[in-house]
Design a protein. Structure first.
Length: 103
């Protein structure tokens, strides 16, 4: 079993990710613990989660850059306007409001 711990105070209080071997299927799985909640994923699902996380990381970086650019270079200082620009940009980036705000 390999365990990786995220530092405390980095958004979530406690994240732990471990590789495990299923006693039922004898296949490798990934176990994720987040603030006392846990789940197990097969390799395919774990890769899907990894890809979703990577996409969210890149989107967060882009949001930060866009926000700073609009504020510092374009001169928009109203927080409500900046928030609306970010929402409009996310909709363009992700395809539709239903993707940006899934129900």
């Amino acid at each position: 079993m390999i365990r990786h711990h995220a530092p405390k105070g980095a958004g979530a209080d406690h994240i732990e990710i471990a590789s495990i071997l299923s006693t039922r299927t004898k296949q490798g799985m990934v176990e994720i613990h987040l603030n006392g909640e846990s789940t197990q994923c097969d390799i395919t699902k774990a890769r899907e989660v990894r890809d979703m996380l990577q996409g969210a990381i890149e989107a967060a970086i882009t949001d930060t850059i866009l926000y700073q650019f609009m504020k510092e270079k374009v001169g928009i200082t109203e927080e409500e306007r900046l928030a609306q620009i970010l929402m409009d940009f996310r909709e363009l980036r992700q395809g539709s409001k239903s993707v940006v705000y899934p129900s």
